[in-house]
Design a protein around this ligand. Structure first.
Ligand code: NAI
Ligand SMILES: O=C(O)/C=C\C(=O)CC(=O)O
Length: 355
C-alpha cells in the first residue's frame, strides 16, 4: 500500500429519478431566499421549470451560459446576480452552466446548487475555467465547489445520444487520469474504476434506447464518481490538451475529450502500466487506449479532430501552447517532448489508432 493523503469535500448529493422534486427542501437547507437560476439558452425551458418550483425564492433567470466561460459572460452574470441581490446560484445544465455558477461563486462566494444534465462532472469539483483573449485558464478554489448537487436521471433523458456518448467519455477521462495522478489515493482509485465501468456499460444502452432510465441513472452515477475523482486529484496531459484545443480553438469540449483520450492514454502507457490495466479491466477491453477508441467508435462518436472543427494548420500552435505550460504527467511533456506531442495531435487529427 502506498502512502497517501485524502481530503473529503463538503458536499451534499441527492440522487434518484424524480429527485428534482426535492429542490425547495434543498434550497431551504442552504438557507437561501433569492436564487438566481442559470442555464444555456437551449435549456431556458428547464430553467423556467426550476424557477417555477422555487416560487418566491427565485430571484431571476440568466440563460446565457456558453462553453468555456468567456470572461465577458462571467462579468455579465456576476452583475445580474449582484443587481438582483441573489444569495444562491442554481445551475441547471451541463458543465457550461455549472462553470458559469462557479464564475459567480469565485467572485461573490454565493453557494451553488447544481442540477447536472450532462455527464461532465463539473458539479463535483472545485475547478473553474475562464477564457480570456483566446486562452483558457483553470484554477481551484473551494468557494466554487457546489454545496448541493441534485442528480435526477429524468433530466438527462433529453440529452441527445451523440452528446450523451461524448459527455460520458469526458467523465471517463477524469477517472482515467485520476488513476495515474501524482496525488491519487486508494479511495479515488475505487471510484475511478467503478465510474468507468458504470459509464461504459450505460453508453451502448443509451445509444439503443435513449430514454432508458436505468442506463441514464448508471451514466449519472458514473459521472458523479468520475467527477469526484477529478475534484480530488490533479489533472495531467489529457486535460491539458483538451483545455488547449477547447479554449484556444473553440472546439466542442466533450467531443475533444472523446477524440484525444485514447491518444493521451497511449502516450502515458509505458509510464503508468497499473493505470492501464485498471482502465482496460473497467472497460472490459484488452487494451486501455484501444478500448477507449472502440467505446467512442462503436457508439457513433467522433474519433478524429478533423471531424470536429480542428484545422490542420493550427496543430503546430496547439502543440506549442500545450507544452508551454504543462501539467504534471507520469511521462513529462514539457518543451523537450514537443515533437512527441505534435505527433500525438496529428494522430488524433487523422483519427488513427492510438499508439
Ligand atoms: N470545472 C470542471 O470540473 C469541469 C468543467 N467542464 C466544462 O464544462 C463545459 C462543457 O460542458 P458539457 O456538459 O460538455 O456541455 P454544455 O454544458 O456546454 O452542454 C452542451 C449543450 O447541451 C445542452 N444540454 C445539456 N444538457 C441537456 C439535456 N439534458 N437535454 C438537452 N440538452 C442539454 C446544453 O444546453 C448545451 O446546449 C466546458 O466549458 C468544460 O470546460 C467540464 C467538465 C469538468
Ligand atoms: O476538462 C475537463 O473536463 C475538466 C476541467 C475543465 O473543463 C475546467 C473548466 O474549464 O472548468
Amino acid at each position: 500500500m502506498r502512502d497517501f493523503v485524502y481530503t473529503s469535500q463538503p458536499q451534499r448529493v441527492v440522487f434518484g429519478a424524480g429527485s428534482l422534486q426535492h429542490l425547495a427542501r434543498e434550497i431551504e437547507a442552504l438557507g437561501a431566499r433569492r436564487a438566481l437560476v442559470l442555464s444555456t439558452p437551449e435549456q431556458r425551458g428547464q430553467a423556467e421549470r426550476v424557477a417555477a418550483m422555487l416560487g418566491a425564492h427565485a430571484a431571476g433567470i440568466f440563460d446565457r451560459a456558453v462553453m468555456h466561460v468567456p470572461i465577458e459572460t462571467a462579468r455579465e452574470a456576476r452583475e445580474v446576480a449582484r443587481k438582483l441581490g441573489a444569495d444562491c446560484a442554481v445551475a441547471i445544465g451541463g458543465g457550461s452552466t455549472t462553470g458559469l455558477g462557479k464564475a459567480i461563486a469565485l467572485d461573490s462566494g454565493l453557494p451553488i446548487l447544481a442540477i447536472p444534465t450532462t455527464y461532465a462532472g463539473s458539479e463535483m469539483t472545485p475547478i473553474y475555467g475562464l477564457t480570456e483573449a483566446g486562452l483558457k485558464k483553470t484554477g481551484k478554489d473551494p468557494r466554487v465547489l457546489p454545496r448541493t448537487v441534485i442528480y435526477d436521471p429524468e433530466l438527462s433523458r433529453s440529452l441527445p445520444v451523440g452528446l450523451s456518448v461524448t459527455s460520458g467519455i469526458n467523465a471517463i477521462a477524469h477517472a482515467a487520469e485520476g488513476l495515474y495522478a501524482q496525488d491519487s489515493n486508494p479511495v479515488m482509485d475505487l471510484m475511478a474504476q467503478e465510474g468507468i465501468a458504470a459509464i461504459a456499460r450505460a453508453l451502448p444502452v443509451i445509444r439503443r434506447q435513449p430514454d432508458d432510465i436505468d442506463a441514464r441513472a448508471d451514466a449519472l452515477y458514473g459521472a458523479w464518481l468520475c467527477g469526484t475523482v477529478l475534484g480530488n486529484v490533479g489533472m495531467a496531459l489529457h486535460h491539458k490538451l483538451c483545455h488547449t484545443l477547447g479554449g484556444s480553438f473553440n472546439l466542442p469540449h466533450a467531443e475533444v475529450h472523446t477524440v484525444v483520450l485514447p491518444h493521451a492514454i497511449a502516450f502515458n502507457a509505458e509510464a503508468a502500466p497499473r493505470a492501464m490495466a485498471l482502465i482496460a479491466k473497467a472497460l472490459g477491453a484488452e487494451s486501455a487506449p484501444a478500448g477507449l477508441q472502440a467505446l467512442a467508435r462503436d457508439n457513433g462518436a467522433p474519433v478524429a479532430l478533423k471531424d470536429i472543427g480542428m484545422k490542420a494548420e493550427d496543430l503546430d500552435r496547439a502543440a506549442d501552447i500545450a507544452v508551454g505550460n504543462p501539467y504534471w504527467n507520469p511521462r513529462p511533456f514539457g518543451p523537450a517532448e514537443r515533437d512527441a506531442i505534435r505527433a500525438l495531435l496529428q494522430r488524433a487529427f487523422d483519427g488513427d489508432p492510438p499508439r
